[in-house]
Design a protein. Structure first.
Lengths: 213, 213, 213, 213
């Protein structure tokens, strides 16, 4: 898109995407700072001390995938966006704030993997991301000229239902943290896997591409 | 813009924008390093120790929004810029230096939320960003061929008045830090909110877009 | 590529490249955090204490080059890619996870340069990157419409053999860590050097360019 | 440049520029981690303890500008580059390695501002950047088809002389560190200032632009 047509369309989404890519890349990489090198007195000792860090490794892995899921969701949403306005910028910055908090709640969960407070705070940040993600999709698909007009209304509805899963399931996980912590952990593990494996936008694009041939 | 026309126009703004996006993304994400996981002996204990960290959470939140405001201001300014020269590069790097200092003064304020020295140093960095932002706008809108010539002189003047608010209000906040610290905190809280909610550039673009239909 | 044709082709690779560049840039720069300033009592003392840090400097240097090699491999692969799908996104995120782990295993190796556990864990992360890199090349060069169709099948095969070197050699290095640690270190040193000095993609591009004149 | 012509020309410089922007943005922002919040018992105490940190603030400021100078030099060089090859990629990664080391030597200098070892190591990293920068310019302006052919041979020579200043002056500063440390500090202060204020590429572009009107 050249600058002149961009101007007619309001701010182009390019720099908001660049900020998103930067913030997600940094949040994903900062997670590694939680994997601290242990003090050890010898090889056998080092192995067992690293083994004792397994909750941190598990939290690192889950959080990396979680951030990947939310980055991909942002990528797919912005794929259809043709211009941004002030409200969308600030909704996105709120979304980035959630992403930037993940290294903190991951560190908390890695330090206190069985503590309901740590478990539920992790869920609160996931819920923030899920709710803001839902609001962003609802906002951009409204009649505001922000999104590609050829976008299939069916897909819009399907994605809205799909991304409602997060805001509905995560509060359950937060409550369960105080009753059955292991179920909360399970939800945190399964939820991103579901998003990785099933994703209506991707198959829509796939069909779109085949139709275009 | 292709490389040939860019060459005629001097350095293109693309890479300065990329550096800006990188530095703001990192500064925003580094803020999270100040939210340190507390030492706790049990769930109840963890909750109360996290609660005691509220000044750090508040500073994190405000600083994230503040950086968002200054990033957005940079984005909107560069939206109209067609080429950059050496002076603009160095004014921008000074602006980025202010952004890079925010995690430090945020950490200081989160550690000593009632200390007038911490409160005023936070204001000094905000003032640096505000003043350099003002100078950048004044510089690029002068007759230097750096900015889109179709830019409405009315908007140029309006934005200049608007961004003068920072350099005028922040010194007041710095002085108040030594007299009524609570008022300083209030200004730091309200100022970004005003910038988030009211913003003459965005409504100008909105009108521009509607006129172009 | 303009947005319309991109849409026909599925998600464009642009943002995945941006995430890659961000994650590699951060992982490469975070390595420096392992070079901690020592406590010293005077100039002569500082020199000798810095000298004692040589395993950290060596690990920093090797890891920087290793990340450079894997970044360059990603860059060259994506050079031929015309669209991305969900599988490729998640393979890439797994690749980035390996890159993000390098600062941790580098820190481990810098702290315990002679420990077979530290040496082998470094190799495990290298192997993860090498295997995922191999799978990515195999996946994108299959009949999935992800890659430039004019790509020479000879090059495809040549690169596949070439990048099989990592997954074959690194397991040997991991085993040797428990027998002859010095050989493991040697492999970690020589392997990136080989990739820096010999690289079939680059000479192919060179020939391609000369043919196009 | 579209993908087809890029392919004819070898790897496009775009992603190397993105990696550069990322690494410089991170190195510049990581400098702030050296400004550690001091422990203080009251407001007066906080002020004096911050005052005692002045060598760290000075090193932060100088290093931020130094990284800005080297980023700008890379930006200006790559402005003329039309394609990259393997050698240029690895020369650039060596250049980035120097940039990534700046936060470490800055931290060293901020901790031991009068120590000749700290002073000279800072110079060694500056010299690495300066020498690699010189080699890059020499390499790309050779007859390798990497650079815009319309580039004025006069400018090529002028820039080569200009950037030889670093490799010639910095070794003097390194030696002086052991004799007259204050002169070394002075050189570290003056050298970036000279590059900020005088810069033959920028005035060339300026003239180029005026001629093109």
């Amino acid at each position: 898109m050249d600058r002149t047509t961009a101007k007619k369309a309001g701010l182009s989404p390019h720099r908001l995407e660049a900020l998103a890519d930067g913030i997600f890349a940094i949040a994903m990489t900062l997670l590694v700072l939680e994997l601290r090198v242990p003090e050890a007195t010898g090889p056998g000792d080092l192995a067992s001390r690293l083994g004792a860090l397994w909750p941190r490794f598990a939290t690192f892995f889950i959080s990396f995938i979680v951030l990947g899921v939310y980055w991909f969701a942002h990528h797919q949403t912005f794929y259809f966006i043709v211009r941004v306005n002030r409200t969308l910028v600030w909704l996105s910055i709120l979304y980035f704030l959630g992403a930037a908090l993940i290294p903190f709640v991951a560190s908390l969960l890695g330090s206190y993997p069985e503590d309901p407070v740590a478990l539920s705070l992790y869920g609160v940040v996931l819920a923030l991301l899920a709710v803001v993600g839902y609001v962003i999709w609802w906002y951009v698909t409204g009649d505001r000229g922000l999104i590609d007009q050829k976008l299939d209304p069916d897909l819009v509805r399907k994605v809205r239902h799909w991304i409602a899963a997060g805001p509905m399931v995560i509060p359950v996980a937060i409550v369960l943290a105080f009753v059955q912590p292991i179920l909360t952990l399970l939800i945190y593990l399964v939820l991103p896997a579901v998003f990785v494996l099933f994703n209506p936008v991707d198959s829509y694009l796939e069909r779109f591409r085949q139709g275009a041939r």
